[in-house]
Design a binder for this molecule. Structure first.
Ligand code: NAD
Length: 264
């Protein structure tokens, strides 16, 4: 009754613990009446299972995005159990934290460049390809990105390159799937305290600097990121595709900080 996701089914990929952005999104989706599946990596099962139970998640499916067999099995399970899908949330990224510090040009190995691209960008292409055939009534797919794709951010390094690939992929997939009524968007979230942020050297200063510079002078609230996801995943977002929506307290618009921010 007034629930904007009532009657919709979707999969949330990337809940690791209660700090995960995917968890904040899942909570709002459930509160708005969505039926949810979670995919997770097996190492996280102990943390993910109780969260899934808390929301009454009906499908809890292991999926390692680096494995074709694992992705094949996960989407086969979804197809067997549900047949159709209305939305998908992709909140997955990985890079060796030894390379998320210092000089990008000096510290980026071939192997970790490839792995970061695979887990953080290709996995969205792969998930969209597998989900689209289940979206015969149209659908909405959302991924999570960060400003380090557009601007140089200390330590973000190869992850910024992977996010640039993810955002470009979002536009190409939106072009391909648009004629089927499937929308594809990215949310460029400001820094939020999660497991992944902890892997970035000086991750805490990403939070404090953003807070000082951002027009709203406060941290990005994860509830605000989830609110944007709700917009994009529901019919409210029906005319939006191929977009990178910044949800970062306005941090991305600032070219030079105000004096109070420099003093802070
Ligand atoms: P998180 O650590 O809670 O989530 C990352 C998820 O990626 C975890 O659930 C982890 O299990 C999953 N993952 C890693 N490798 C995987 C693999 N091989 N197969 C399947 N899953 C795998 O951290 P988060 O901050 O919630 O990250 C979610 C997304 O949001 C990421 O794409 C991240 O880059 C993005 N993001 C985060 C911030 C931030 O400040 N925290 C800002 C902007 C964008």
């Amino acid at each position: 009754q007034g629930q904007i996701m009532a009657g919709k089914r979707g999969v949330v990929m990337g809940v690791a613990n209660k700090n995960s952005i995917a968890w904040a999104i899942a909570q709002q989706l459930a509160a708005q009446g969505a039926e949810l599946a979670f995919t997770y990596i097996e190492a996280m099962e102990k943390r993910v299972r109780p969260l899934a139970e808390e929301l009454g998640v009906t499908q809890l499916i292991p999926a390692d995005v680096t494995s074709d067999e694992s992705m094949e099995a996960a989407f086969a399970t979804l197809k067997d159990e549900w047949g159709s899908l209305d939305f998908l949330v992709h909140a997955i990224a990985f890079s060796d934290k030894e390379e998320l510090k210092g000089s990008f040009v000096e510290n980026t190995s071939r192997a970790n460049f490839a792995r970061s691209m695979d887990v953080s960008a290709y996995s969205f292409v792969d998930a969209c390809r597998r989900a689209a055939p289940m979206m015969s009534e149209g659908g909405s797919l959302v991924t999570l990105t960060y400003l380090g794709s557009e601007r140089v951010i200390p330590s973000y390094n190869v992850m910024g390159v992977a996010k640039a690939a993810l955002e470009a992929s979002t536009r190409y997939i939106a072009r391909d799937l648009g004629p089927q009524g499937i929308r594809v968007n990215a949310i460029s979230a400001g820094a939020v305290r999660t497991l992944s942020l902890g892997g970035i050297s000086g991750g805490r200063s990403l939070l404090s600097e953003a807070k000082a510079w951002a027009p709203l002078r406060r941290d990005t609230e994860v509830e605000g990121v989830a609110g944007a996801a709700l917009y994009l995943l529901s019919d409210l977002g029906r005319s939006c595709t191929g977009e990178v929506l910044h949800v970062d307290a306005g941090f991305h618009i600032v070219g030079m900080p105000d004096e109070d921010a420099i003093k802070a």
